[in-house]
Ligand binder design. Structure first.
Ligand SMILES: [Zn+2]
Ligand SMILES: [Zn+2]
Length: 243
């Protein structure tokens, strides 16, 4: 499976990541990545940038080291209603909006509350893709999420960094999620979630998992930069106008 895209990477701006955008882009170009998402953590994460960081992303060049850059955010779900830690006026300016649950940004609840929050965020017209439901930090109904991903055509991530950490429960949870994504045939993204340049474009664990669980190549958006750009353009056509 050829991988042209890494949509989930962090720079020093995230506070607990250690490379610059330029370093990440250079690493991406060396690995044959054509399209790179710069998705620093949303403002409610400790150490994350101020909203002003996200307001100035338009000054960045479209390409760095020959790699097309999609400046965006990994926004945090903040409550059981699935609200995000970024106002719509900022979200609409992002070229890429990833959304996920993170410890310290979300209170945690029952499986039903967490799943509801996740699915409500998936239905947010500013959300482009959902990240790492397989992390065991919060209990989730993974089958329902995979089902909704297919129904709403919102891609959900298999996160390589989670699998690389080999924390208790990660592989089991991610495997179960991959199994349900194979069953419902929703769109999948692979994310490196790199917090240092040497992890950019690294998908070995995620690829192993999706292969073993029978996710089909055409479900995986990372195989084509054009396909990702088409998806993002289409998603933006259905957004409400906030300005
Ligand atoms: Zn995350
Ligand atoms: Zn991340």
């Amino acid at each position: 499976m050829e991988i042209q895209v890494d949509l989930h990477t962090h720079t020093v701006t995230s506070g607990h990541a250690y490379s610059t955008l330029s370093e990440n882009a250079l690493a991406a170009s060396r690995k044959g990545i054509k399209l790179l998402g710069m998705t620093d953590h949303g403002p409610s994460m400790p150490g994350a940038p101020h909203l002003y960081h996200f307001g100035n992303l338009a000054i960045l060049p479209e390409k760095l080291h020959g790699v097309q850059i999609l400046p965006g955010v990994e926004a945090n779900i903040t409550n059981y209603e699935g609200e995000l830690d970024m106002p719509s006026l900022y979200l609409e300016r992002m070229k890429l909006v990833l959304v996920g649950l993170h410890v310290t940004c979300y209170p945690g609840g029952t499986s039903e509350q967490n799943t509801q929050a996740y699915i409500q965020a998936m239905k947010n017209p500013f959300t482009d893709m959902m990240v790492h439901p397989g992390r065991p930090d919060f209990e989730l109904d993974l089958e329902q999420i995979a089902h909704m991903s297919a129904q709403l055509n919102v891609p959900v991530e298999i996160n390589n960094s989670s699998l690389a950490k080999d924390k208790k429960g990660v592989w089991g949870n991610c495997r179960l999620f991959a199994h349900y994504m194979a069953k419902y045939k929703g769109p999948v993204i692979l994310g490196s979630d790199a917090h240092f340049w040497d992890r950019v474009g690294e998908f070995s664990y995620a690829l192993e998992l999706i292969h073993e669980e029978g996710i089909l190549e055409h479900q995986v958006l990372n195989t084509s930069a054009d396909r990702v750009l088409d998806y993002l353009a289409t998603r933006r056509k259905h957004r409400p106008c906030t300005s």
